[in-house]
Every structure is written in structure tokens, then in C-alpha cells.
Design a binder for this molecule. Structure first.
Ligand SMILES: Cc1cc2nc3c(=O)[nH]c(=O)nc-3n(C[C@H](O)[C@H](O)[C@H](O)COP(=O)(O)O)c2cc1C
Length: 204
């Protein structure tokens, strides 16, 4: 995949926010231009699961993420948007992007996308990806799943959306949680057509 246009990465308010952060780290380290949208409802979960504190201020989010990932400001290409900035670049189809990854994707966000409710910047950007036929990968996080969740995901799948549940395979002989996170992050990138060697692939 070409790395000229930005890729949109969204983190919604579901458990497993580490997948979004791990993807961000990979993309920035591999010179992708990333536009990050974090659901304001995810701030609490991010603090609870990662100890990373966010308030509704994009300069602060930017600084806290850079510090958390221990990246040098000069080497990164990151734009942060708030979820209520509906005038942001990715909200328009005329703004070219490589597409979008939502990791983790809450059932609420998936429901909104599957019914065309583009009421925040995450769901609006996903709606743009669908109408412009751009790559859209969602990482649904809920268990167990009810029929509404499944129907919403089926609807998105039929529209060409990559549905990548964060479920580990065990053939890579993983030993740690880090191995499992890398495996899932690698599978998300695979589905999004982004080269990576984050996990050991099956071979005889
Ligand atoms: C600690 C916590 C964990 C949650 N985990 C999930 C989850 O894994 N999956 C999910 O669909 N919703 C989860 N929720 C509920 C969502 O946060 C809630 O539906 C929210 O409205 C989703 O907002 P968003 O999709 O706009 O980000 C969780 C809520 C909290 C407080």
C-alpha cells in the first residue's frame, strides 16, 4: 500500500484500546501519515486499561501519546482530531485517505456505521470510507455477541468492510500477552493490506 495519503485510525470506547495504540505505534514507526480520532467515551477506558490520561484537548492527547510511545516529535506524522470535530478533513470524501481502521470498535460504533448514523467524526469518517469505496477495517470487541451485533457486522461485511475480531491463533507458539497483541495487530494490518512481520506466520 502507498504511504502518501493519510490513514485514519480510530479508537472507540471498547475494551482492548491497546490494539489502537499498538497500531498507532506501528504506523508511525513505518512512516505512515496518521490521523487519529479517539472517542471521548474511550478516555475513561484508556485510563483504566493503560494508565494513559486524556482530556478533551487535542494538543494534550498528542503530547501524552507521543510521550507514552516514547517517540521523537520530529520523526512522527500525526494529526489528532476530537470526535466532535465534524468539520475535520476526514469527514469529507473529497479529502483523499488510504482508508480507516477502527480498533477497538464498540458495538455502539458498529451499529451506528451499519445504520448510516454519521453523528460523530468516527462514524462520519467510516461512512465516507463506505461511500468512497475505501478500505475500512473494524476490530469488534464484545463477548458474547447477540444477534444485533452479528447482523450489524454481516451488513458491514457485505459492504466490503474487513471484520477482524481480536482473537488470537495459537500456532505461533505465543508465550506472552505481548505476543498475542502482536499477532492480532499483525492480522489487523494484513486485513488492511499493510505489510508487517509482527507475528510468526504459519509454515511447515
Ligand atoms: C469499562 C468499559 C468497557 C467497555 N467495553 C466495551 C466493549 O468491550 N465493547 C462494547 O461494545 N462496549 C463496551 N463498553 C460500552 C461502550 O463504551 C458504550 O456503548 C459507548 O457508548 C460506546 O461509545 P463509542 O462507540 O461512541 O465510542 C464499555 C464501557 C466501559 C465503561
Amino acid at each position: 500500500m502507498k504511504q502518501n495519503n493519510p490513514i485514519i485510525l480510530a479508537i472507540s470506547a471498547a475494551s482492548g484500546v491497546i490494539y489502537g495504540i499498538k497500531l498507532l505505534e506501528f504506523l508511525l514507526e513505518h512512516n505512515f501519515q496518521v490521523e487519529l480520532i479517539i472517542s471521548s467515551k474511550a478516555y475513561y477506558i484508556i485510563k483504566h486499561e493503560l494508565g494513559l490520561e486524556f482530556c478533551h484537548n487535542k494538543e494534550e492527547i498528542y503530547t501524552n501519546i507521543i510521550n507514552f510511545l516514547k517517540l521523537e516529535k520530529e520523526q512522527i506524522n500525526l494529526q489528532v482530531w476530537l470526535d466532535d470535530e465534524l468539520w475535520a478533513n476526514p469527514a469529507s470524501g473529497s479529502y483523499k485517505t488510504q482508508g480507516m481502521i477502527i480498533a477497538p470498535a464498540s458495538m455502539a460504533t458498529i451499529a451506528a456505521i451499519s445504520s448510516g448514523l454519521a453523528e460523530n467524526l468516527i462514524t462520519r469518517t467510516a461512512d465516507v470510507c463506505l461511500k468512497e469505496k475505501r478500505m475500512l477495517t473494524v476490530v469488534p470487541r464484545e463477548t458474547p455477541l447477540n444477534s444485533i451485533h452479528l447482523e450489524n457486522m454481516l451488513k458491514l461485511s457485505k459492504l466490503g468492510v474487513n471484520i477482524v475480531p481480536p482473537i488470537s491463533g495459537f500456532y505461533g507458539k505465543m508465550k506472552t500477552l505481548e505476543d498475542s497483541i502482536n499477532f492480532i495487530t499483525g492480522k489487523i494490518l494484513d486485513a488492511s493490506n499493510i505489510e508487517n512481520d509482527l507475528y510468526e506466520r504459519w509454515h511447515l
